[in-house]
Design a protein around this ligand. Sequence first.
Ligand code: 1CP
Length: 355
Amino acid sequence: MMKHDFPVLKNDRFLKAARGEEVDKIPVWIMRQAGRYLPEFREFRTKHDFFSICQTPEYACEVTLQPIRRFDLDASIIFSDILVIPQAMGLTVEMRPGVGPVLPEPIATPGDMSRLKKPDVEKDLGYVGEAITLTRHKLEGKVPLIGFTGAPWTLMGYMIQGGGSSTMAQARSWLYKYPQESLELLQLITDIIIDYLVMQAKSGAQALQVFESHADYLNDELFDIYSLPFLKKISEQVKLKLDELEIPRVPMIAFPKGATLNSLERLAKTEAYDVIGIDWTVEPSDARTRLAKATVQGNMDPCAMYASEEQVYERARKIASQFSKKGYIANLGHGILPDTPIASVEAFIRGVHSS
Ligand code: 1CP
C-alpha cells in the first residue's frame, strides 16, 4: 500500500466531535459547501463540465478548497457526486444544467440488471482517490477532509428512475414487485460502496459520509428491509477492512434524509455509525434523546438562510444551544441552495462558533 506523508492537522474539532469528545467550539461544515452559490465555482463551471471536474484531481481539489479559503469552516468535503458509482457500473449519467443528473438508459426491469458491471474501484474510480490525496496535501492541515458516497437505496432510485423524482414511484414499486431482485441490486451496490469507501480512506479521507438522500420515501417497514441492513453492513465492513489493511479507522457518518424518527432511532441502536445526520424536520431535543450515543449532525433548514443575516446568526446559535460542545456537529438539514447569500453562510458559521 502507498504510504502518505500528509501535513499535520491543525483543526481537529470536527473529528473530535465525530468521536464524541468535548470540543472548544462547535464544529461546522455545510453540505454542498462547494457549489453554485459561490461565484468562483460558477466561474470555474463556465470552463469545465461537471464530470470533468470530478474526474480531474487538480480541478476537484481546486473546487474543494474554494469554500475553505473563504469561510471559517471546520471540515472540507471532496468535490464529487454520488452518481459516479452508477457511472462506474456502466450507466450513462449526464449533468443537465437547471435539471440535475439524468440517466438516459435507466434500469426498467430486473432483466436490465445484466447491463450492470461490478467496477474495479481502484481503477474505475481511482480518480476520486487521487483527488483526495492531492487535496489532503493542498489543505496543508487546515481542516480535515471528508469522503462520501450515496447509499444503496438512494443510488438504486436514480438508476431506476433515470434521474431525480418527487415520488420515486418506479423505484419504490420495485420494492413490492421485485423484492428479491431489489435486494440483489442493493447488495451489488453495497459491495461496490464498501470497496469505494475503503479506497477513499486509503487515499486520505479522514471521515466518510453515506448519503441516504432518498430515505424520505421509505416507511419504517421499508427502511428496515431496504436501507438499514445495507447501511449497517457498509460501516461494519469498511471498519473491518481498514483494520485488516492496518489503516486507522475513520468516523462514519450516515445521513438518512427524511427518515422517520423511529428509523433514525433504529439506525442509532445498531451503533454502526459514529455520527447521524438529521434534516430540519427533526427536533434537536428528540435527536438528543433518541439517538443515544451517536454524535448528531445538522439541521438548520437551508431555506432559513434566506432570512436576514441577524436572524441566520441567531437561529444558528439557537440550534447549537440545544446541543452541547460534546456530540454535535453543526450543518444545514440538507444541501445549501444555489442562490443562498454569501453573507448568510458567514452569519451561520459565526452563529455556531459563538454558541
Ligand atoms: O461541496 C460538497 O458538498 C461536495 C459536492 C457534492 C456532494 C456531496 C455534490 C456536487 N453532490 C454531492 C452529493 C449528492 N449528489 C447527493 C447527496 C446529497 C443530497 O441529498 O443533496 C445527491 C442526491 C446528488 C445527486 C445530485 N447531483 C443532484 C440532486 C438531483 C435530484 O433532483 O435528485 C444534483 C442537482 C446534482 C448535481 C450537483 N452535484 C454537485 C454539484 C455542485 C451539483 C450542481 C451541478 C452543477 O454544478 O452543474
